[in-house]
Design a protein around this ligand. Structure first.
Ligand SMILES: NC(=O)c1ccc[n+]([C@@H]2O[C@H](COP(=O)([O-])OP(=O)(O)OC[C@H]3O[C@@H](n4cnc5c(N)ncnc54)[C@H](OP(=O)(O)O)[C@@H]3O)[C@@H](O)[C@H]2O)c1
Length: 326
């Protein structure tokens, strides 16, 4: 049983803790919050666990693994602190907000070779993600159009003059960092590292992207990504194989998945857990409990590629965050 510590107490942490406990592989042991009352209120729902408001004390607890779901700009520094404390880490996407942070993370991992860090890119562990991956093994891709665009529950507050973390350059917010990363992960995992990338965003007055379109050039084909937090899209995502098409709603949701060929349409959808974090929680627990370094190395290599592409996309659009290096 893995002793789990958590940073961040919003609904997504509740969802992860429920997924982790339902996997039967974790017990909640420690909760870090900036406020004691918030930590205690979280523990009320998921007893028993100890509350902390001092990060060093939390990291000195006997947790095996820390799940980090704080604002984006804190992920890299909190992950490094946890690694340096000898803890495994499951960190919400985006693990880093600038590719240069990967080097600092890599240095911390090199100093603690027993530790593993996983980015919680939950869709990679959806069985439907693998259906597309498997189809690509035996069929030649000719292009793709991937969409993940949802009107944010915090956009009304932004429009009313507030600056929620997810719409703030101080916290490395914006559509690309929040939902676009699901698409970048899918593109890099399925098609590899593109030769060239461009991002054309619609920038909000705060400086982050409200929505945007990215083009990933692979040489023989292109992939178009459409992401946003200021609009709801009903557009389906598609991967093209000449005459044939694999279509689904979004690689971040996968509520449908089908293949259309000259012979007709075949339903390829695989059932997945109602809580979309169960598959990743189960995968991470197995990797940690069996010390599966190969699983870690493979996901780490993918994360590095993804964040290199994320950095290029952001640079191509001139989007800057407060914590960016000069
Ligand atoms: N995988 C998914 O499906 C999914 C879905 C949603 C979000 N996420 C990810 O989860 C992360 C958190 O997202 P969120 O929307 O929950 O973010 P958030 O509400 O802005 O903050 C998350 C938590 O961080 C702490 N926090 C808030 N503001 C802070 C500040 N100024 N300084 C330090 N800590 C602060 C709060 O916990 P305390 O008050 O207890 O300190 C809060 O509960 C993001 O990285 C996001 O990408 C993932």
């Amino acid at each position: 049983m893995l002793k789990l510590g958590i940073i961040g107490t919003n609904w997504i942490t509740q969802q992860f803790v429920e997924a982790a406990i339902s996997s039967g592989q974790y017990q909640l042991a420690a909760v870090f919050s900036r406020h004691a009352a918030t930590a205690e209120a979280f523990i009320e729902k998921t007893r028993p666990a100890k509350a902390y408001t001092v990060l060093d004390e939390f990291l000195a607890s006997d947790c095996d693994v820390i799940y980090i779901a704080s604002p984006n700009s804190l992920h890299a520094q909190q992950t490094i602190a946890a690694v340096n404390a000898g803890k495994h880490v499951i960190v919400e996407k985006p693990m880093v907000t600038h590719p240069s942070q990967l080097q600092a993370l890599q240095a911390a991992l090199a100093a603690h070779p027993q530790v593993m860090v996983f980015e919680a890119a939950r869709h990679l562990y959806d069985p439907n993600f693998k259906v597309v991956s498997d189809y690509l093994l035996t069929h030649s891709v000719t292009g793709a159009s991937l969409t993940y665009m949802k009107y944010s529950s915090r956009y009304d507050a932004y429009l009313a003059g507030e600056q929620p973390n997810i719409f703030s350059p101080r916290f490395a917010g914006g559509a690309l960092m929040d939902l676009g990363i699901y698409l970048v992960y899918a593109a890099v995992a399925w098609f590899g590292v593109p030769k060239h990338v461009t991002y054309l965003p619609h920038l909000l007055a705060s400086g982050v992207d409200g929505d945007g379109v990215a083009q990933l050039t692979y040489g023989d084909f292109d992939v178009v990504l459409r992401t946003g937090k200021t609009t709801n899209s009903e557009a389906q995502s598609e991967v093209y194989f000449g005459r044939d098409t694999v279509a689904f709603d979004s690689p971040g949701e996968f509520t449908a998945l089908r293949l259309t060929t000259a012979k007709g349409t075949e339903d390829l959808w695989q059932p997945h857990a109602a809580n979309p974090m169960v598959e990743e929680a189960t995968y991470f627990a197995k990797a940690l409990q069996t010390n599966d370094r190969a699983a870690f190395e493979q996901k780490w290599a993918l994360a590095q590629q993804v964040h290199a592409v994320m950095g290029e996309l952001r640079a191509s659009a001139g989007i800057r965050f407060d914590d960016d290096p000069e």
